[in-house]
Design a protein around this ligand. Structure first.
Ligand code: UGA
Length: 461
């Protein structure tokens, strides 16, 4: 019995044969979630080392519940891995393409891996195979994939179908998001494809999840629209935070008022260091490029990205205000991942801040419960501490950069006693201002009034 038993279910009918190309954050979650709802899944990746690791039941990244369900699916023989894409394609009725779509230098999504995967799948696909694009791709990609399938297999022209089925997984809760999503979005061009895909997702849809069926370009565009809108909410609240700081208002209270209006909603209104990760920054630019290419200038998107960059400038300004000259000062950075509950440091605002501080001659001591090793690899000049107390020891200032839950239960008296100057900059508004004040620390949150330290006897001079 595992803690996530409630996440497992079995389809009513025969399991379907599924292949998943790419075993990164999206692909591996797709493998495991499809197996968890009872399908027979084969995951494939060009990275043989990763495949060997997966065959041993080990996950290449941290995601709650993933390893437990992976091991279980493998032991029940519903999930296997190979580095041979032909083998995977031959055995499947449905092939998910979940390969990376990194940004090119101009910000456009690089779709080479999507093309290569589609070609390789086509070579071995059986008639009737459905090729599902799950990677986040610009509208129009499915048409290109269809052309590639036809080029590779003129003998099967019209018999290999393309479907768009974007994911809405959040890192840190990806397994749960995959098994209990708000909606399943299917973009397809034939009744047969809609039927196969709704059978595939049957166990999830039967739990009451909404199934949204659209044409293919609509599904492709909807994914970009969601991510850009969420990024826009964050930049809106970060712009608001700057105004609150200038006006002496409290952004958390303003956001509470906004969020109580159902037309606005309470989510994604947390001001702070801004958004990061491998999705929002890249997808926003790719969406802007797509709009440009289609002939519409969408200036809102550029403004969202600019405000996001300013969030780091703003934090840096606060550190400079607090410390005066930065050279030779020591700053403790709590949290290094791009958000809590993940070890992913890609486009992490915390790491961007660390590298800018280091460039200005600051000694940065970082601590993160999961992402320390990845952060050190990305930024070797960063010093890593074993825990939060070791990080703040001897620091002139502490910056809370990623709101891991453990930081809100820190012993703030101990923090104060360990620091050279009792200064806290809260880049995520995760601490209780009263508690920080009571411990004799100066508190500088984001978009809220600063709170000077209460005089405390044990405070160092
Ligand atoms: C995001 C979307 O939320 C998913 O729906 C989507 O499927 C995924 O991208 C993707 O395209 O694959 P993710 O990047 O995992 O998921 O993380 P989020 O939880 O959305 O957070 C993104 C960033 O926004 C984080 O850096 C987070 O700290 C920041 N954020 C979030 C804020 O600064 N303020 C908020 O109020 C919310």
């Amino acid at each position: 019995m595992g803690v996530h038993d409630g996440w497992i279910s079995h389809p009513k009918e025969q399991p379907m044969r599924v292949a998943v190309v790419g075993t990164g954050h999206v692909g591996l979650i797709t493998c495991v979630s499809m197996a968890a709802i009872g399908h027979s899944v084969i995951g494939v990746d060009v990275d043989e080392e990763k495949i060997e690791m997966l065959k041993m039941g080990r996950c290449p990244f941290y995601e709650p519940g993933l390893e437990e369900l992976l091991i279980r699916a493998m032991s029940e023989e519903r999930l296997s891995f190979t580095s041979d894409i032909g083998e995977a394609a031959r055995s499947a009725e449905i092939v998910f393409i979940c390969v990376g779509t990194p940004a090119r230098l101009n910000g456009e999504a690089n779709l080479l891996a999507v093309e290569d995967s589609a070609r390789a799948v086509a070579r071995d696909a059986a008639p009737g195979t459905i090729v599902v694009e799950k990677s986040t791709v610009p509208a129009g990609t499915a048409n290109r994939v269809r052309l590639v399938l036809d080029q590779e297999r003129p003998d099967l022209r019209g018999e290999l179908e393309v479907v768009s089925n974007p994911e809405f997984l959040r890192e840190g809760s990806a397994m749960e998001d995959a098994l209990f999503p708000e909606r399943v979005l299917i973009g397809a061009a034939s009744d047969k494809a809609f039927t196969v895909m709704s059978d595939l997702y049957g166990p999830i849809i039967d739990r009451g999840t909404e199934l949204i069926e659209t044409d293919i370009p609509t599904a492709e565009l909807a994914k970009h629209a969601c991510n850009a809108f969420l990024a826009m909410k964050i930049s809106y609240v970060n712009g608001l935070a700057r105004i609150c700081e200038l006006a002496g208002a409290d952004v958390m209270d303003v956001a509470k008022v906004m969020g109580s209006d159902p037309r606005i909603g309470p989510y994604f209104l947390n001001a702070g260091l801004g958004y990061g990760g491998f999705c929002f920054p890249k997808d926003l630019v790719a969406f802007e490029r797509l709009a440009d290419r289609l002939g519409y200038e969408f200036p809102l998107l550029g403004a969202v990205a600019r405000i996001n960059d300013e969030a780091i400038d703003n934090a840096l300004g606060k550190i400079r205000d607090a410390l005066w000259n930065l050279e030779g000062k020591r700053v403790a950075l709590l949290g290094l991942s791009f958000k809590p509950e993940t070890d992913d440091i890609r486009f992490s605002p915390a790491l961007e801040l660390a590298s800018r501080l280091i460039a200005e001659g600051v000694e940065v001591i970082g601590y993160d419960p999961e992402a320390a090793a990845n952060a050190k690899e990305e930024l070797p000049a960063l010093t890593i501490a074993e825990d939060a107390y070791a990080a703040v020891s001897g620091a002139h200032c502490v910056v809370l950069a990623t709101e891991w839950a453990e930081f809100s239960s820190l012993d703030l008296n101990q923090v104060r006693d360990l620091m050279i100057h009792p200064i806290v900059i809260d880049g995520r508004n995760a601490l209780d201002p009263e508690a920080v004040h009571a411990a004799g620390l100066h508190y500088h949150p984001t978009g809220r009034p600063s709170v000077p330290a209460r005089t405390v006897e044990s405070q160092p001079a």
